[in-house]
Write a protein that binds this ligand. Structure first.
Ligand code: AMP
Length: 223
C-alpha cells in the first residue's frame, strides 16, 4: 500500500474554496474525499453516538474534541486504502501529530498539504451566500453561482440548504478558531517541507490547474 498511497491535506479558513476544489481534485486523482465537516453533519443527522457527542460543538462553531475526531478519521483513512484528500482534518496540532503517528504505523505519510488562503471580506461574502446540496454535495453561491431553479440542485434535483453554521456570528467564531488552532499547522507542515500555499480568490479553474501541477509532480515522484 505504501507505494500507491497518496495523502493530501487541504488547509485554509472556511470559505476559502476547499470544498469546491476538493470535488474537482478527487475526480482528477482518484482520491477518496474525507471531509470531517460533512462526516460530522451526517453523523448528527443520523443521530449516531458520534453525532450526539459532536452536535453542540458543530452548531456553535467550536471544535469537536480531538479523541472523537482522530478515531473517526483513522478508520476512514484505512478503509480508503490510504488514497485520500483530507478536508477539515487535521485542525489542531495534536490532531496533526496523531495523524503522523497513525500513518507511520502503516508506512505512509502526508504527501502534500494544500493551503488555500482568502481575505476575510471575501470569506464572509462567500459563506453568507453559500447554499449546499445535502444529497450530492454540490456547492452554490446565490450571487456568483446560483442554481438554475431557485432552491433546487442542478445536478441531482434535491432541495438546497443553508448550513446552520453559515450565519455571520458563527462564521466569525469559526474564523477565530481557525486563526487560533488551525493556522499554526502551516508552520508545522512547512517544517516538514510539504506545504504549498495558493490564493483562494483566484477563479476556480485557474486554482484547480495550479494545485494540479503540485499533485502531478507528487504522483510522478511517488509512483
Ligand atoms: P467544516 O465543514 O470543515 O467547516 O466543519 C464544520 C464543523 O465541524 C466545525 O466548525 C467543527 O465544529 C467541526 N469539525 C470539523 N472538522 C473538525 C476537526 N478536525 N476537529 C474538530 N472539529 C471539527
Amino acid at each position: 500500500m505504501a507505494g500507491k498511497g497518496m495523502i493530501v491535506v487541504l488547509l485554509g479558513p472556511p470559505g476559502a474554496g476547499k470544498g469546491t476544489q476538493a470535488r474537482l481534485l478527487t475526480r482528477d486523482y482518484g482520491l477518496e474525499y474525507l471531509s470531517t465537516g460533512d462526516i460530522l453533519r451526517e453523523e448528527i443527522k443520523s443521530g449516531s453516538e458520534i453525532g450526539r457527542r459532536a452536535r453542540e460543538y458543530v452548531e456553535s462553531g467550536g471544535l469537536v474534541p480531538d479523541e472523537i475526531i482522530v478515531e473517526m478519521m483513522r478508520q476512514r483513512i484505512l478503509a480508503a486504502g490510504g488514497r485520500v484528500l483530507l478536508d477539515g482534518f487535521p485542525r489542531t496540532l495534536p490532531q496533526a501529530e496523531s495523524l503522523d503517528e497513525m500513518l507511520e504505523k502503516e508506512s505512509m505519510k502526508v504527501d502534500a498539504v494544500i493551503e488555500i488562503t482568502a481575505p476575510e471580506d471575501l470569506i464572509l461574502f462567500r459563506l453568507v451566500n453559500r447554499r449546499i446540496c445535502p444529497s450530492c454535495g454540490a456547492i452554490y453561491h446565490l450571487v456568483n453561482k446560483p442554481p438554475k431553479r431557485e432552491g433546487v440542485c442542478d445536478e441531482c434535483g434535491a432541495t438546497l440548504i443553508r448550513r446552520k453554521d453559515d450565519e455571520e456570528s458563527v462564521i466569525r467564531e469559526r474564523l477565530a478558531v481557525y486563526h487560533e488552532q488551525t493556522e499554526p499547522l502551516t508552520a508545522y507542515y512547512k517544517g516538514k517541507g510539504v506545504l504549498h500555499t495558493f490564493d483562494g480568490s483566484l477563479e476556480v479553474e485557474q486554482l484547480r490547474r495550479r494545485i494540479g501541477e503540485v499533485l502531478d509532480s507528487i504522483s510522478s515522484a511517488g509512483g
